[in-house]
Design a protein around this ligand. Structure first.
Ligand code: UTP
Length: 408
């Protein structure tokens, strides 16, 4: 893209401020900036003008799911079906590790965080240990696809290499990089993070399947005969991956996807809840739920909207392929984004100053059309590491790891 092409294009979308420092850059930086402008998908900015339309919800109702007692009663049956699927090579896992982990404030990929005390124990390592237990129990490896982003890709790959893939069979691990999206100020103007660089950040975890397609990994999935993908977040250190009982239960349910859930401990708990929207499964965020809805109880006294999602889903590959071209909503999130101001000074804000555009995996659930809520024991499977201290922090995760007999 030439300068005049970039200028013309940016004017047409009212973003010409991105070329403000162009005349003072050297030729390498000029080229870099033009290339970035060419490569960036500015169409996400259109979401700013129809924000209201995206928040409309349909009729919300509770969804029924599999509770612990029923799972326990049918465990052997579920396990046999899940184990068979793994042994037949029909199950893969997708680790979502492209986030920035801004709340944790750790300078590196979140999975490289050391939760150990007397000896190192990295989040990636603990998750792989859990997966290896399944691989050993079933006698078959589970292909693992790891999503990173431009900001942490090189560091993540180097970390896995340095640690010899945490003893996971190397041939079964592949990395892919998700897309980035521009951040805008409150007036909708794309920010610069340097005079020759747009302020870009990972575009959310909702695009994992399309990113796999872009990187040719869906071909790999087909070639290997994978029918189910277990997609999970990096920030739950007790995450049980490719759990045969969960896989078996989802397959036998006939649903197109399954979601591990924990029962909410109180109506106020800040967790997305699985429910039905116009008869389709969907996740509503805690801030979208009225106080009245959050407090509704059934005849047994349980919360009606009880199933909190923990970002551990099992997707049918066939159904995910069918919905590949369907658009999922873009969420506009307020964040602190460092930027270069009009005078060329770098500003590091201490309060949110910008909007980022993100798609979320939870919006895929509705498109899947059927979903099995599958309850797991919170103490055994849910130790989120979101913050440095307090709720869902390194401290609380360490406590839970110890309760599970894991030496730190
Ligand atoms: P979060 O929503 O907690 O985002 O991610 P984050 O970026 O990691 O953390 P904060 O909000 O900045 O503190 C939930 C899961 O989705 C992944 C994360 O790596 C985590 O496993 N994720 C998030 C991506 O893979 N890509 C993204 O763009 C965002």
């Amino acid at each position: 893209m030439t300068y005049s092409q970039a200028e013309q294009y940016l004017k047409s979308i009212s973003q010409e401020q991105l070329l403000r420092f162009y005349p003072e850059l050297d030729s390498i930086s000029q080229e870099k900036l033009l290339r970035q402008i060419e490569d960036t998908d500015f169409s996400v900015l259109e979401n700013l003008s129809h924000r209201q339309d995206l928040s409309g919800k349909g009729k919300i109702e509770p969804i029924s799911g599999l509770r612990l007692e029923e799972i326990q009663a049918r465990k052997a049956e579920f396990f046999a079906v899940g184990k068979k699927a793994i042994q037949e090579g029909k199950v893969g896992a997708v680790l979502l590790a492209g986030g920035q982990g801004t709340r944790l404030g750790f300078d590196g990929p979140k999975g490289a965080y050391n939760v150990g005390i007397t000896k190192p124990l990295y989040i990636f390592e603990q998750q792989v240990k859990n997966l290896l237990e399944v691989v050993e129990a079933c006698g078959a490896p589970v292909p693992l696809y790891i999503m990173t982003s431009d900001t942490n890709h090189a560091q993540t790959v180097a970390f896995w290499q340095e640690h010899n893939y945490f003893s996971y069979p190397k041939d079964y691990v592949q990395f892919f990089v998700q897309e980035m999206a521009p951040a805008v100020d409150r007036c909708g103007k794309v920010l610069l993070s340097a005079k020759d660089k747009l302020a870009l950040s990972p575009n959310g975890n909702g695009g994992w399947f399309t990113s796999m397609q872009k990187h040719g990994l869906l071909e790999d999935v087909k070639r290997r005969g994978i029918e189910w993908l277990n997609t999970y977040a990096v920030d739950n250190v007790l995450q049980r991956i490719a759990d045969p009982v969960f896989i078996g239960a989802t397959i036998l349910s006939g649903c197109n996807c399954g979601s591990k859930v924990v029962c909410k401990t109180s109506p106020e708990e800040r967790v997305g809840v699985l429910c039905l929207e116009d008869g389709m499964p969907n996740v509503i965020e805690y801030y979208e739920m009225s106080e009245e809805m959050a407090n509704l109880r059934d005849e047994k006294g349980d919360l009606k909207y009880i199933y909190g999602v923990i970002l551990n889903y099992l997707f049918s590959v066939q159904k995910a392929l069918e919905i590949l071209d369907k658009k999922i909503p873009v969420h506009i999130v307020e964040k602190k984004v460092p930027y270069v101001d009009e005078d060329g000074n770098t500003v590091t804000p201490d309060a949110p100053n910008a909007y980022k555009f993100e798609t979320l995996i939870l919006d895929m659930i509705k498109l899947m059309e059927s979903c099995l809520p599958y309850e797991v024991e919170r103490k055994r499977e849910f130790a989120p590491v979101k913050n440095a201290v307090g709720t869902d922090s390194v401290e609380s995760a360490r406590e839970l790891l110890k309760q599970n007999g894991i030496e730190l």
